[in-house]
Design a protein around this ligand. Structure first.
Ligand SMILES: Cc1cc2nc3c(=O)[nH]c(=O)nc-3n(C[C@H](O)[C@H](O)[C@H](O)COP(=O)(O)OP(=O)(O)OC[C@H]3O[C@@H](n4cnc5c(N)ncnc54)[C@H](O)[C@@H]3O)c2cc1C
Length: 926
């Protein structure tokens, strides 16, 4: 059956969906008495529609009146799904505007009389086309159906939500796609026992590639959310299509508004275009057939059915807009496939419970179907990447899939609406401008989602082994992290950056947005992910104490405010991270490295992570209670004061700061001039770990100790922030700090006198590898910006990306980034398996390789941007300076190379083991 008249799909009410007609009649007689005028008792009839997988739908007859009843399905339901009250609201709002919807008649929001809420609407009698190939229609009629479908959608998107009474209150159009991604990701996970790897990859890519325009859509609109051919009732009442006039194919009513809200209309349009992209071998989905099936020759659609490009053109003409850039279109399509997949996963879950509203639910929503949908989305992404990699010189493929190429005219921007020729000359001759979004609007490169428009890297990295060793748990966290970054972190970057580069009076203060983001990340369980399970295992008592400080309301003292109690209870849940390995965290940390602000949002930033690690490993319980707990909660920040202005501090035996124990032994007095103390300018910085000498007569590596110094202790003076290539990195800063006769209780000593070197070694483990992990993320972001620039920027009559030199450089960047990633992950894995000592060579290699590789990539990306690359308009200059410092700040390259060489010599038996450690002198046998 390829089409049906609405009333022909009626059947008896299915098992599990029974309706108590007596109760319903009694209720309706009370609510809608006019409906029953002259109608004898017990004459209400109920039948069930077979079409539709979500809300069960029934025909209710009262005398001659036919009404349609939609209700929530019975059984356990996913949160926020099946909101029939919202359906009713949107129908009631749209119908007075003349938009084709059935008139809303009555809403019952309570559970009586049917056990779930329901609503009634008028019955639209007409024809529903199930098969998008429209086999029973003549070519002209097919065209009419598609044209009407596009125009009705454009009309919906042109309506003013506020004028309809739907704004505010019916949804928030900002960040629609990012929210959709989160919502369907959650629902997918809630529906399946274990997520499929293909779906995890897809979610991951989507999270990293939300188009920048989604943050605040240019056209906020009522979106239908499930706009498909088979959700439209057409006027044509007859079975045969042959002789009917084209007016018969006017839409009478658009149905099934369950997923409607206010949002980004492109998501609706892409969803509507899915039949062009549904997996060809899954016959259970209604897709568009091509080739012989369509009767139009290889690759052709059925005669009269428009190509996707034509269809988009009809929509755009009716809505008065240009199509989105081709790469954004790939995102919208992939998101739409993912939504369909997630919806079907919900249908599958209900089928397993026996609650599906359609008899063939298990078949339509099988695992095979879900996997095929994910693969189709990944194929669209791969095509978009290939198109980007091939540069604009190729016009054979675009993110719109095989049915549409680059801009119909062949312009480098690959925007389907572009009217420029292959050389980028606007149609209409000199002096004319092309108004398509691809040519005229560069997206600000400081937004990673703009970089994402090149669609080139994340999936490539995955394909190249970038997700090597990722556990299912971390994969799940990674996709949530990516979605969180897209929804919350990238959009906040501009505001945070503005404050940090603003006037002196505010630049050293914390933007309230940062604390808001931290609270959100905590709530989302994306907190302290850096904390390895092995270290967290020893801190259970700290969490228990925190929980104990947050007793149930009845038991608590009045001194503990309700807000504090709630915060403590919430923090306890995420205090000890997610129990990840260093290898797992490597994949997550890389994502955070894409944004300078992200690590702090997730409480994963330096120097706090290294300091927390020191306290977790070597601190006393009292030290952990006083300093580690607030650090883990993100309530304070910290700094690490080792490097001194006066001496070469890459050799820590040189340091001259002193830590003197009082004769009574009750306190220490410390003095020294430190600089490059990162984070010391941050107003939240409450404590420093200070390294100095307690015994200058001891062996060189036993002279040093570390003590905890409250930043407000008398004698601590933050003198100035150091500049890094002119940046002061406000509001954290890298400060020169003078410690002058600062007194701290003896209990502030960490681990013991003379054990400072030992602690420093431990601190140089995971905490230091995090920098490398983040660098890989920065490299990916630089590559995305570079590829996008190459496609958009025209030099000497063609796009930059068409130049062989550009391509060779881009390819080398890929090799650099993937190579660095593999070394970093190998080091993290070695750390998990063999501890810091066993992993020393691998960590040294990663620390040298990552900054050097990523610097080459950043340099190439800057070069491709020309002057813009070194300017404040792109994130590249900032990323470059940060990467450059890491060849020094994380220990100079030469020191790591020395360690690697020593260990290599030792491995080959050419060096005694004792001389291979830090500070050992090589005694070569050569
Ligand atoms: C942005 C930034 C943030 C920092 N944050 C902190 C912080 O929070 N806390 C802190 O204590 N310090 C911090 N530092 C300081 C950093 O750790 C030191 O700069 C680093 O250890 C090098 O010490 P130095 O600057 O004294 O250089 P020196 O020790 O003087 O070394 C100078 C150069 O000598 C060469 N060299 C050194 N050793 C060898 C060798 N064995 N073989 C061959 N050549 C060698 C290298 O080229 C090296 O770059 C930070 C630095 C920067 C730039």
């Amino acid at each position: 059956m390829s089409s049906f008249s609405t009333l022909s799909s009626l059947g008896p009410v299915r098992a599990g969906h029974q309706i108590d007609t007596h109760k319903l009649e009694a209720y309706l007689r009370q609510q809608l008495p006019a409906l029953f005028n002259g109608v004898p008792p017990s004459s209400l009839g109920v039948k069930q529609f077979s079409h539709g997988q979500s809300n069960p739908t029934f025909l209710v007859t009262v005398g001659q009146t036919k009404l349609v009843l939609r209700k929530k399905p019975p059984g356990k339901l996913l949160a926020s799904a099946h909101a029939v009250d919202r359906e009713y609201r949107v129908l009631a709002a749209l119908s007075p505007s003349g938009f084709p919807v059935p008139r809303a008649v009555h809403l019952c929001a309570g559970d009586e009389p049917l056990g779930t809420p329901f609503y009634l609407m008028e019955c639209a009698e007409g024809r529903v086309f199930l098969d998008p190939n429209l086999p029973e229609l003549a070519p002209q009629q097919r065209g009419a159906v598609y044209r009407h479908m596009a125009q009705v959608l454009a009309r919906l998107h042109s309506l003013d939500p506020a004028g309809l009474g739907l704004a505010p209150g019916y949804g928030n159009p900002d960040h629609y796609c990012a929210r959709q991604l989160r919502r369907w990701s959650e629902q997918y996970r809630a529906s399946v026992p274990a997520p499929m790897p293909e779906v995890l990859r897809l979610m991951d890519w989507l999270g990293a590639h939300v188009p920048p325009g989604d943050a605040r859509p240019a056209r906020p609109a009522v979106v239908h959310g499930d706009y498909r051919l088979d959700n439209i009732v057409f006027a044509s009442p007859s079975e045969a299509g042959g002789a009917q006039p084209l007016q018969s194919f006017t839409p009478l009513a658009v149905l099934d508004w369950e997923l409607s809200t206010l949002g980004n209309p492109w998501a609706d349009v892409a969803y509507n275009c899915l039949p062009y992209h549904l997996p060809p071998h899954i016959t259970v989905l209604q897709r568009l057939r091509r080739g012989a099936e369509g009767g139009g020759g290889a690759g052709a659609l059925p005669a009269g059915v428009p190509s996707e490009q034509e269809y988009l053109g009809w929509y755009c003409a009716a809505a008065g807009v240009s199509p989105p850039p081709a790469d954004d279109w790939a995102f919208y399509l992939a998101l739409s496939l993912f939504r369909l997949l997630a919806i079907l996963a919900g249908v599958q879950a209900r089928a397993k419970q026996g609650n599906a509203s359609s008899a063939n639910a298990a078949r339509v929503a099988s695992d095979e179907v879900l996997r095929a949908l994910a693969e189709s989305a990944l194929a669209i992404i791969a095509r978009a990447e290939a198109a980007t990699a091939a540069g604009s010189s190729s016009s054979s493929s675009s993110s719109c899939g095989s049915s549409s190429g680059s801009g119909s005219s062949g312009c480098a921007c690959r925007n389907p609406a572009c009217t420029c020729d292959r050389e980028g000359r606007p149609a209409g001759g000199p002096g004319r401008q092309c108004s398509c979004t691809g040519c005229s609007k560069g997206t600000p490169a400081s937004q990673p989602s703009a970089a994402a428009a090149t669609a080139a890297t994340a999936a490539t990295a995955a394909a190249a082994g970038g997700l090597l060793g990722l556990s299912p748990r971390a994969a799940e966290l990674r996709s949530r992290l990516a979605a969180f970054m897209a929804e919350h972190v990238y959009p906040a970057e501009e505001a945070l950056e503005e404050r940090a580069m603003g006037p002196e009076s505010t630049r050293w203060t914390i933007h309230p947005l940062m604390e808001e983001l931290k609270a959100k990340a905590k709530k989302a369980g994306l907190w302290n992910l850096w904390l390895p399970a092995a270290i967290a295992a020893n801190l259970g008592w700290l969490r228990d104490e925190l929980l104990a400080s947050a007793p149930a309301p009845a038991a608590s003292s009045s001194a503990v405010s309700a807000a504090e109690r709630e915060a403590a209870a919430a923090d306890a849940g995420v205090l000890l991270g997610a129990g990840l390995t260093n290898l797992d965290y490597g994949h997550l940390c890389e994502l955070m490295g894409r944004s300078a602000w992200a690590p702090e949002v997730f409480n994963c930033s330096a120097p706090d992570t290294g300091n927390m690690e020191v306290l977790a490993k070597y601190g006393t319980r009292e030290q952990q209670r006083t300093w580690l707990l607030p650090l883990l909660r993100g309530a304070i920040r910290s700094c690490f004061a080792m490097t001194e202005k006066a001496v070469a501090s890459s050799d820590a035996t040189n340091i001259t700061a002193t830590i003197a124990r009082s004769p009574c032994g009750g306190f220490y007095t410390l003095s020294g001039v430190k600089w490059w103390t990162s984070g010391a300018c941050d107003p939240r910085c409450a404590v420093a770990i200070f390294m100095g000498k307690t015994d200058t007569a001891a062996a060189p590596h036993k002279q040093q100790s570390m003590v905890l110094v409250p930043m407000d202790a008398p004698g601590v003076k933050v003198v100035r922030p150091m500049l890094v290539f002119g940046y002061d990195d406000a509001p954290h800063g890298h400060a020169e700090v003078h410690f002058t006769d600062v007194r701290v209780p003896a209990s502030h000593l960490i681990l013991g006198e003379g054990r400072g070197f030992e602690i420093a070694q431990g601190r140089l483990g995971p905490g230091r590898l995090h920098h490398c992990m983040r660098l890989v993320g920065a490299g990916e972001r630089a590559m995305e910006l570079m590829a996008k620039r190459g496609v958009e920027r025209r030099v000497f009559g063609g796009p930059l990306a068409a130049q062989g030199a550009f391509r060779a450089t881009l390819a080398k960047c890929r090799i650099d980034v993937d190579g660095a990633r593999l070394l970093v992950l190998a080091a993290a894995d070695a750390l998990d398996r063999h501890g810091f000592k066993g992993a020393a060579a691998a960590i040294g290699a990663a620390k040298v390789a990552a900054p050097n590789a990523v610097l080459r990539v950043l340099d190439a990306a800057i070069q491709a941007h020309g002057g813009a690359g070194v300017s404040q308009d792109f994130v590249l200059a900032r990323l470059w300076t940060a990467a450059r410092t890491l060849r020094i700040a994380d220990g100079p390259d030469e020191v790591h190379l020395g360690t690697i060489a020593k260990l290599e010599m030792k491995r080959q038996g050419l060096l005694p083991a004792a001389s291979a450690g830090a500070g050992g002198k090589p005694r070569s046998k050569l």
